[in-house]
Design a protein around this ligand. Structure first.
Ligand code: ATP
Ligand code: MG
Ligand code: MG
Length: 379
């Protein structure tokens, strides 16, 4: 049986392992923590990214290596790629690890981005605020996720506070100042490219974030017929430029009906979790198929689906378990403020029935505010 190696043992690795099993593929996970949640469903090697003895033994046990964690150091990814097939390739990973490289690539591929400028010193922050304007967001170029490593500036006078928060990161990871986009909607493209170049995308997903963290998704995103083809073309161009193999997500803003590129994630993505029950083939299964060189599965949606993220702690499961075509995912992680500990996907044959199911769950859990924007979009 083929063995899939996964770098990082979070919920993405856990869901990859669960999707790999029916394909007859075993999974072996590496994480620096012995209680990484993927370890509950797949064997786990406990090692950090510079433990080359442990990584050598890991490489010898797997047929292909992929990522749950996009910030595996580039040196580690390159070192592994000399020993075993690694997908996506370390060069593609490197672009997605750096907001400057990523935005530069977007523009080269014809996808505009919010105005931005790199910032390495306090003086450059003032210059960037003049060039980019306010409001703006200062972000670390590397290692940020779930809105961490970001500071929102309402006006130029917020520069001191922004520098106090992130200035120390400037020499280590670099910073980038981005114009704040008053977008109408946020969308993501979940795409997959096989080893043979076969390329597919799932229907576009509409996303809602709270404090920089994904709160809810809805797919297929309503009223996006005009954007679907353009988004697919852009995602394909990006994937081909990078020689990308596997699933990736492209996060987009819609402003004045036009697409702007926010960032890409070189892996399966939270906004694609709905595909587990809501699509003919899930992002996890297609990622496993892609990296192993198997034919890709159909990415069409079954009906319409919405996902809730459970952040901090899990709610009562019973209203979800009692709802038709609603699905409970507990990642087996310890509760902690801001941590993603599970999600729920609710599927339905049409928008009206989805709204009814969502409203019922929200009322039972006291989560009316969380679902409100989704109900509006379904209206
Ligand atoms: P992820 O967990 O998606 O990797 P991240 O920490 O890399 O998150 P971003 O995707 O850059 O962060 O930002 C998180 C969210 O903050 C975005 O999805 C969006 O809602 C908001 N945001 C980020 N940049 C901008 C911007 N330039 N203008 C408006 N909103 C923004
Ligand atoms: Mg990100
Ligand atoms: Mg993001």
């Amino acid at each position: 049986q083929p063995v899939l190696g996964v770098l990082g043992g979070g919920q993405l690795a856990r869901m990859l392992a669960l999707a790999a099993a029916p394909l007859g593929v075993n999974t072996l996970v590496v994480d620096s923590s012995a209680d990484a949640c993927a370890g509950q469903v797949a064997p786990l090697v406990v090692a950090d990214w510079t433990d080359y003895a442990a990584l050598e033994a890991f490489a010898a046990r797997v047929d292909v290596v992929t990522f749950d964690f996009e910030n595996v150091p580039a040196e580690t990814a390159h070192w592994l790629a000399e020993r075993v097939a690694v997908f996506p390739a370390p060069q593609a990973l490197a672009v997605a690890q750096d907001r400057l490289a990523e935005k530069t690539l977007f523009r080269e591929c014809g996808l505009p981005t919010p105005n931005f400028m790199t910032v390495d010193t306090r003086e450059q922050l003032d210059l960037a605020l003049v060039a980019v304007g306010a409001p703006a967001i200062l972000k670390t170029r590397r290692l940020g996720y779930d809105g961490k490593g970001q500071f929102r500036l309402r006006e130029p006078a917020d520069a001191d506070a922004a520098w106090a928060a992130l200035g120390a990161q400037a020499s280590k990871h670099g910073l980038i100042l981005e114009a704040f986009v008053p977008f109408e909607r946020e969308l993501s493209v979940i795409a997959v490219r096989g080893r043979d170049g076969d390329f597919r995308i799932w229907p576009l997903t509409r996303n809602w974030h709270v404090d920089g963290v994904l709160s809810m998704s809805l797919a297929p995103a309503p009223d996006i017929e005009l954007l679907q083809r353009r988004a697919a073309e852009l995602a394909r161009t990006l994937a081909e430029r990078l020689g990308y193999v596997g699933v990736f997500a492209l996060e987009l803003f819609v402003r004045d009906g036009e697409l702007l590129g926010n960032e890409m994630a070189p892996r399966v993505h939270n906004s694609g979790h709905w595909t587990i029950e809501g699509a003919h083939t899930s992002q996890f299964e297609n990622h496993v198929r892609a990296v192993l060189g198997l034919p890709l599965g159909d990415t069409g949606a079954r009906g319409i689906s919405s996902m809730f993220n459970w952040i901090g702690d899990l709610p009562d499961a019973s209203p979800i378990l009692q709802t038709v075509d609603a699905h409970w995912h507990d990642y087996g992680k310890q509760a902690r403020p801001g941590r993603k500990v599970g999600h729920t996907t609710v599927c339905a044959p049409d928008a009206g029935q989805l709204a009814t199911r969502l409203a019922g769950i929200a009322a039972a859990l006291g989560r009316e505010t969380q679902v409100e924007p989704v109900l509006q979009a379904l209206d």
